[in-house]
Design a protein around this ligand. Structure first.
Ligand SMILES: [Zn+2]
Length: 351
Protein backbone atom coordinates (compact mmCIF):
# COMPACT_ATOMS: atom_id res chain seq x y z
CA UNK A 1 0.00 0.00 0.00
CA UNK A 2 1.46 3.33 -1.04
CA UNK A 3 1.95 5.91 1.65
CA UNK A 4 -0.13 8.81 0.31
CA UNK A 5 2.05 11.41 1.99
CA UNK A 6 5.06 10.35 0.00
CA UNK A 7 4.92 10.40 -3.76
CA UNK A 8 7.65 8.13 -5.02
CA UNK A 9 9.66 9.57 -7.82
CA UNK A 10 11.63 6.58 -9.00
CA UNK A 11 10.75 3.12 -10.20
CA UNK A 12 12.14 0.23 -8.12
CA UNK A 13 14.76 -0.40 -10.82
CA UNK A 14 15.86 3.24 -10.92
CA UNK A 15 15.99 3.39 -7.14
CA UNK A 16 17.97 0.22 -6.83
CA UNK A 17 20.42 1.14 -9.61
CA UNK A 18 20.89 4.57 -8.02
CA UNK A 19 22.04 2.96 -4.78
CA UNK A 20 24.32 0.53 -6.63
CA UNK A 21 25.83 3.46 -8.56
CA UNK A 22 26.28 5.60 -5.43
CA UNK A 23 23.82 8.21 -6.73
CA UNK A 24 20.95 9.91 -4.94
CA UNK A 25 17.61 8.12 -4.64
CA UNK A 26 14.08 8.96 -3.50
CA UNK A 27 14.04 6.43 -0.67
CA UNK A 28 16.08 3.41 0.40
CA UNK A 29 15.30 0.27 -1.60
CA UNK A 30 13.62 -2.61 0.25
CA UNK A 31 14.86 -6.17 -0.15
CA UNK A 32 12.25 -8.38 1.51
CA UNK A 33 13.86 -11.69 0.47
CA UNK A 34 10.28 -12.71 -0.18
CA UNK A 35 10.00 -16.28 -1.46
CA UNK A 36 7.08 -18.59 -0.82
CA UNK A 37 5.25 -16.09 1.41
CA UNK A 38 3.90 -15.02 -2.01
CA UNK A 39 1.74 -18.16 -1.90
CA UNK A 40 -0.15 -16.63 1.05
CA UNK A 41 -0.94 -13.54 -1.01
CA UNK A 42 -2.82 -15.54 -3.65
CA UNK A 43 -4.05 -18.14 -1.13
CA UNK A 44 -2.39 -21.22 -2.60
CA UNK A 45 -0.48 -24.09 -1.01
CA UNK A 46 3.31 -23.99 -1.12
CA UNK A 47 3.29 -27.16 -3.24
CA UNK A 48 1.29 -25.31 -5.93
CA UNK A 49 3.70 -22.43 -5.65
CA UNK A 50 6.80 -24.59 -6.10
CA UNK A 51 5.43 -27.01 -8.66
CA UNK A 52 3.35 -24.79 -10.94
CA UNK A 53 5.42 -21.99 -12.55
CA UNK A 54 2.33 -20.04 -13.60
CA UNK A 55 1.02 -19.97 -10.04
CA UNK A 56 4.45 -18.93 -8.76
CA UNK A 57 4.56 -16.00 -11.18
CA UNK A 58 1.01 -14.96 -10.35
CA UNK A 59 1.87 -15.06 -6.63
CA UNK A 60 5.12 -13.07 -6.98
CA UNK A 61 3.38 -10.38 -9.04
CA UNK A 62 0.49 -10.18 -6.57
CA UNK A 63 2.93 -9.93 -3.63
CA UNK A 64 4.86 -7.10 -5.28
CA UNK A 65 1.64 -5.20 -6.00
CA UNK A 66 0.46 -5.77 -2.42
CA UNK A 67 3.62 -4.78 -0.58
CA UNK A 68 5.53 -2.59 -3.04
CA UNK A 69 8.97 -4.07 -2.33
CA UNK A 70 11.77 -3.32 -4.78
CA UNK A 71 13.40 -6.66 -5.56
CA UNK A 72 11.94 -9.96 -6.68
CA UNK A 73 13.78 -13.24 -6.17
CA UNK A 74 13.75 -15.98 -8.80
CA UNK A 75 15.65 -19.23 -8.33
CA UNK A 76 17.63 -20.93 -11.01
CA UNK A 77 16.53 -24.49 -11.76
CA UNK A 78 20.05 -25.90 -11.41
CA UNK A 79 19.35 -28.45 -8.67
CA UNK A 80 16.31 -29.84 -10.44
CA UNK A 81 18.17 -29.86 -13.75
CA UNK A 82 21.02 -31.82 -12.18
CA UNK A 83 18.54 -34.42 -11.02
CA UNK A 84 18.48 -33.59 -7.29
CA UNK A 85 15.33 -35.12 -5.83
CA UNK A 86 13.35 -32.50 -3.97
CA UNK A 87 10.32 -33.40 -1.91
CA UNK A 88 7.65 -30.72 -1.74
CA UNK A 89 5.20 -31.30 1.12
CA UNK A 90 1.65 -30.19 0.43
CA UNK A 91 1.99 -26.99 2.40
CA UNK A 92 5.53 -27.03 3.75
CA UNK A 93 9.07 -26.26 2.68
CA UNK A 94 10.84 -28.35 0.02
CA UNK A 95 13.74 -30.52 1.11
CA UNK A 96 16.31 -32.65 -0.70
CA UNK A 97 16.06 -36.42 -0.47
CA UNK A 98 19.12 -38.61 -0.99
CA UNK A 99 22.55 -37.64 -2.27
CA UNK A 100 23.53 -37.54 -5.93
CA UNK A 101 27.21 -37.83 -5.09
CA UNK A 102 28.09 -40.76 -2.84
CA UNK A 103 31.60 -41.17 -4.18
CA UNK A 104 34.06 -39.97 -6.77
CA UNK A 105 32.50 -42.17 -9.47
CA UNK A 106 29.10 -40.54 -9.01
CA UNK A 107 30.75 -37.19 -9.59
CA UNK A 108 32.45 -38.42 -12.74
CA UNK A 109 29.12 -39.58 -14.12
CA UNK A 110 27.40 -36.25 -13.44
CA UNK A 111 27.25 -33.71 -16.26
CA UNK A 112 26.40 -30.03 -16.06
CA UNK A 113 22.86 -29.47 -17.40
CA UNK A 114 22.75 -28.84 -21.14
CA UNK A 115 21.13 -26.07 -23.20
CA UNK A 116 17.70 -27.77 -23.36
CA UNK A 117 17.47 -27.49 -19.55
CA UNK A 118 18.51 -23.84 -19.59
CA UNK A 119 15.84 -23.06 -22.16
CA UNK A 120 13.07 -24.14 -19.82
CA UNK A 121 14.46 -21.98 -17.04
CA UNK A 122 14.82 -18.96 -19.33
CA UNK A 123 11.22 -19.35 -20.53
CA UNK A 124 9.96 -19.19 -16.92
CA UNK A 125 12.21 -16.26 -16.14
CA UNK A 126 11.01 -14.35 -19.20
CA UNK A 127 7.41 -15.00 -18.24
CA UNK A 128 8.08 -13.64 -14.71
CA UNK A 129 9.81 -10.53 -16.07
CA UNK A 130 6.97 -9.93 -18.56
CA UNK A 131 4.38 -10.25 -15.82
CA UNK A 132 6.23 -7.87 -13.46
CA UNK A 133 7.04 -5.31 -16.15
CA UNK A 134 10.38 -3.62 -16.85
CA UNK A 135 10.39 -1.41 -13.73
CA UNK A 136 10.75 -4.22 -11.19
CA UNK A 137 14.24 -5.69 -10.86
CA UNK A 138 14.55 -9.47 -10.64
CA UNK A 139 17.39 -11.15 -8.76
CA UNK A 140 18.19 -14.65 -9.94
CA UNK A 141 19.48 -16.76 -7.07
CA UNK A 142 22.18 -19.10 -8.23
CA UNK A 143 22.92 -21.47 -5.40
CA UNK A 144 25.95 -20.72 -3.32
CA UNK A 145 28.82 -22.94 -4.38
CA UNK A 146 29.33 -24.69 -1.05
CA UNK A 147 25.57 -24.94 -0.44
CA UNK A 148 24.98 -26.46 -3.87
CA UNK A 149 27.81 -28.92 -3.23
CA UNK A 150 26.09 -29.78 0.07
CA UNK A 151 22.82 -30.49 -1.74
CA UNK A 152 24.63 -32.90 -4.07
CA UNK A 153 26.79 -34.62 -1.47
CA UNK A 154 24.72 -34.22 1.70
CA UNK A 155 25.65 -31.49 4.18
CA UNK A 156 27.10 -33.77 6.84
CA UNK A 157 29.15 -35.71 4.31
CA UNK A 158 30.46 -32.51 2.78
CA UNK A 159 31.44 -31.00 6.13
CA UNK A 160 33.30 -34.23 6.96
CA UNK A 161 35.00 -34.15 3.53
CA UNK A 162 36.41 -30.70 4.35
CA UNK A 163 38.70 -32.54 6.79
CA UNK A 164 39.12 -35.98 5.27
CA UNK A 165 38.69 -35.57 1.52
CA UNK A 166 39.48 -31.98 0.49
CA UNK A 167 40.29 -33.13 -3.02
CA UNK A 168 36.76 -34.42 -3.58
CA UNK A 169 35.31 -31.17 -2.21
CA UNK A 170 37.34 -29.10 -4.67
CA UNK A 171 36.29 -31.37 -7.53
CA UNK A 172 32.63 -30.98 -6.60
CA UNK A 173 33.05 -27.21 -6.30
CA UNK A 174 34.64 -26.98 -9.75
CA UNK A 175 31.73 -28.97 -11.10
CA UNK A 176 29.26 -26.61 -9.38
CA UNK A 177 30.91 -23.52 -10.87
CA UNK A 178 30.92 -25.08 -14.35
CA UNK A 179 27.21 -25.88 -13.93
CA UNK A 180 26.17 -22.44 -12.62
CA UNK A 181 27.93 -20.26 -15.19
CA UNK A 182 25.81 -21.24 -18.21
CA UNK A 183 22.65 -20.13 -16.33
CA UNK A 184 24.19 -16.71 -15.77
CA UNK A 185 25.20 -16.62 -19.39
CA UNK A 186 21.66 -17.37 -20.55
CA UNK A 187 19.92 -15.00 -18.13
CA UNK A 188 21.98 -11.80 -17.96
CA UNK A 189 20.70 -10.35 -21.23
CA UNK A 190 17.22 -10.19 -19.65
CA UNK A 191 18.47 -7.39 -17.39
CA UNK A 192 18.46 -9.43 -14.20
CA UNK A 193 20.73 -9.26 -11.15
CA UNK A 194 22.26 -12.31 -9.50
CA UNK A 195 22.46 -13.50 -5.93
CA UNK A 196 24.80 -16.06 -4.45
CA UNK A 197 23.02 -17.52 -1.40
CA UNK A 198 25.48 -19.64 0.52
CA UNK A 199 24.09 -20.71 3.91
CA UNK A 200 26.61 -23.56 4.24
CA UNK A 201 29.46 -21.02 4.07
CA UNK A 202 28.19 -19.59 7.36
CA UNK A 203 30.54 -18.94 10.27
CA UNK A 204 28.16 -21.13 12.25
CA UNK A 205 29.21 -24.16 10.13
CA UNK A 206 32.77 -23.50 8.94
CA UNK A 207 35.68 -21.40 10.19
CA UNK A 208 37.30 -18.46 8.39
CA UNK A 209 40.19 -20.62 7.18
CA UNK A 210 37.79 -23.09 5.59
CA UNK A 211 35.77 -20.23 4.14
CA UNK A 212 38.91 -18.97 2.42
CA UNK A 213 39.77 -22.39 1.06
CA UNK A 214 36.39 -23.81 0.08
CA UNK A 215 33.96 -20.94 -0.35
CA UNK A 216 35.68 -17.70 -1.27
CA UNK A 217 37.50 -18.80 -4.47
CA UNK A 218 34.36 -20.35 -5.97
CA UNK A 219 31.98 -17.57 -4.95
CA UNK A 220 34.50 -15.17 -6.43
CA UNK A 221 34.61 -17.08 -9.69
CA UNK A 222 30.84 -16.86 -10.08
CA UNK A 223 30.69 -13.21 -9.07
CA UNK A 224 33.56 -12.36 -11.44
CA UNK A 225 31.58 -13.97 -14.23
CA UNK A 226 28.50 -11.88 -13.35
CA UNK A 227 30.70 -8.80 -13.47
CA UNK A 228 32.20 -9.86 -16.78
CA UNK A 229 28.78 -10.01 -18.44
CA UNK A 230 27.96 -6.55 -17.03
CA UNK A 231 25.45 -7.60 -14.36
CA UNK A 232 25.45 -7.05 -10.58
CA UNK A 233 25.45 -9.42 -7.72
CA UNK A 234 24.52 -9.86 -4.11
CA UNK A 235 26.20 -12.27 -1.70
CA UNK A 236 24.15 -13.62 1.20
CA UNK A 237 25.63 -15.90 3.82
CA UNK A 238 23.50 -16.94 6.77
CA UNK A 239 24.49 -16.79 10.41
CA UNK A 240 27.53 -15.19 11.92
CA UNK A 241 29.85 -13.82 9.23
CA UNK A 242 31.66 -11.23 11.31
CA UNK A 243 35.07 -12.87 10.82
CA UNK A 244 34.79 -13.00 7.03
CA UNK A 245 33.27 -9.63 6.07
CA UNK A 246 36.41 -8.50 4.28
CA UNK A 247 36.64 -11.86 2.50
CA UNK A 248 33.03 -11.50 1.44
CA UNK A 249 33.89 -8.09 -0.02
CA UNK A 250 36.88 -9.73 -1.77
CA UNK A 251 34.43 -11.81 -3.81
CA UNK A 252 33.65 -8.59 -5.70
CA UNK A 253 29.92 -8.76 -4.93
CA UNK A 254 28.16 -5.42 -5.37
CA UNK A 255 26.34 -5.79 -2.10
CA UNK A 256 26.43 -8.02 0.96
CA UNK A 257 23.17 -9.21 2.49
CA UNK A 258 23.86 -9.79 6.18
CA UNK A 259 22.06 -12.05 8.62
CA UNK A 260 20.29 -10.55 11.62
CA UNK A 261 22.68 -12.38 13.96
CA UNK A 262 25.40 -9.84 13.10
CA UNK A 263 25.70 -6.19 14.06
CA UNK A 264 25.20 -3.89 11.07
CA UNK A 265 27.10 -1.11 12.78
CA UNK A 266 30.16 -3.33 13.25
CA UNK A 267 29.87 -4.40 9.60
CA UNK A 268 29.71 -0.76 8.57
CA UNK A 269 32.92 0.00 10.47
CA UNK A 270 34.73 -3.09 9.19
CA UNK A 271 33.76 -3.29 5.55
CA UNK A 272 31.27 -0.51 4.79
CA UNK A 273 33.90 1.53 2.99
CA UNK A 274 34.30 -1.27 0.46
CA UNK A 275 30.81 -2.56 -0.24
CA UNK A 276 27.09 -1.78 -0.02
CA UNK A 277 25.39 -3.46 2.95
CA UNK A 278 21.88 -4.94 2.98
CA UNK A 279 20.07 -6.00 6.11
CA UNK A 280 19.16 -7.03 8.58
CA UNK A 281 15.57 -7.06 9.86
CA UNK A 282 14.88 -10.12 12.06
CA UNK A 283 12.76 -12.55 10.00
CA UNK A 284 11.57 -14.65 12.93
CA UNK A 285 11.43 -12.41 16.01
CA UNK A 286 10.24 -9.28 14.23
CA UNK A 287 8.44 -10.38 11.09
CA UNK A 288 6.94 -13.74 12.00
CA UNK A 289 6.42 -13.42 15.74
CA UNK A 290 6.36 -9.65 16.19
CA UNK A 291 3.87 -6.87 15.62
CA UNK A 292 3.69 -3.94 13.18
CA UNK A 293 5.23 -1.77 15.90
CA UNK A 294 8.16 -4.20 16.17
CA UNK A 295 8.63 -4.02 12.40
CA UNK A 296 8.78 -0.23 12.49
CA UNK A 297 11.21 -0.28 15.43
CA UNK A 298 13.43 -2.82 13.69
CA UNK A 299 13.58 -0.61 10.57
CA UNK A 300 14.63 2.34 12.73
CA UNK A 301 17.26 0.20 14.46
CA UNK A 302 18.78 -0.88 11.11
CA UNK A 303 18.80 2.72 9.91
CA UNK A 304 20.49 3.98 13.08
CA UNK A 305 23.24 1.44 12.56
CA UNK A 306 23.83 1.62 8.83
CA UNK A 307 21.99 4.47 7.06
CA UNK A 308 25.34 6.23 6.69
CA UNK A 309 27.25 3.21 5.43
CA UNK A 310 29.96 4.81 3.26
CA UNK A 311 29.25 2.67 0.19
CA UNK A 312 25.48 2.68 0.56
CA UNK A 313 22.71 0.81 2.28
CA UNK A 314 19.73 -1.34 1.30
CA UNK A 315 17.07 -2.04 3.88
CA UNK A 316 16.58 -5.79 3.84
CA UNK A 317 15.66 -8.92 5.73
CA UNK A 318 18.44 -10.71 7.61
CA UNK A 319 17.38 -13.97 5.93
CA UNK A 320 14.42 -15.32 3.98
CA UNK A 321 10.96 -14.05 4.95
CA UNK A 322 9.05 -16.84 6.75
CA UNK A 323 6.15 -18.28 4.75
CA UNK A 324 3.45 -17.37 7.24
CA UNK A 325 4.62 -13.87 8.13
CA UNK A 326 1.58 -11.75 9.06
CA UNK A 327 0.95 -9.32 6.16
CA UNK A 328 0.42 -6.42 8.61
CA UNK A 329 4.09 -6.70 9.65
CA UNK A 330 5.26 -6.50 6.04
CA UNK A 331 3.08 -3.48 5.35
CA UNK A 332 4.48 -1.86 8.49
CA UNK A 333 8.07 -2.54 7.39
CA UNK A 334 7.46 -1.01 3.96
CA UNK A 335 5.63 1.99 5.42
CA UNK A 336 8.52 2.57 7.86
CA UNK A 337 11.05 2.35 5.01
CA UNK A 338 9.05 4.99 3.15
CA UNK A 339 8.78 7.19 6.20
CA UNK A 340 12.34 6.98 7.53
CA UNK A 341 14.30 5.99 4.43
CA UNK A 342 13.38 9.03 2.42
CA UNK A 343 16.25 10.88 0.79
CA UNK A 344 18.04 12.83 2.14
CA UNK A 345 17.95 10.64 5.24
CA UNK A 346 17.29 12.50 8.45
CA UNK A 347 18.76 10.67 11.47
CA UNK A 348 16.58 12.73 13.81
CA UNK A 349 13.59 10.78 12.51
CA UNK A 350 14.89 7.38 13.56
CA UNK A 351 17.12 8.25 16.51
ZN1 LIG B 1 20.23 -16.53 5.34
Amino acid sequence: MADEAFREEMTPRERFDAVLDGKSFDRLPINLLLGDHASRVTGIRTSDYYLDPEKLIEAQVAAQKTYGHDLILASSSLLKDLGVKTVVPEDGLPYVEGNLINDEFDLERLEPPGPHKHKNFINHLEALIDALGPDIPVVVTVGGTLSTAAKLRGTENLLRDLYYNPELVHKILHFVVASVIPYINEAYSLGVYFAVFDPVASGSLIGPKQYREYALPYQREIIAYVKKVGARSMLHICGNTSKIWNDMADTGADWLSLDNTVDLEAAKHTVGGRVILDGNIRPADTMFLGTPVDAEENVKECLRKAYDNPRGFILGLGCGLPTNTPPANIHALVAAARKYGRYPLDPELFS
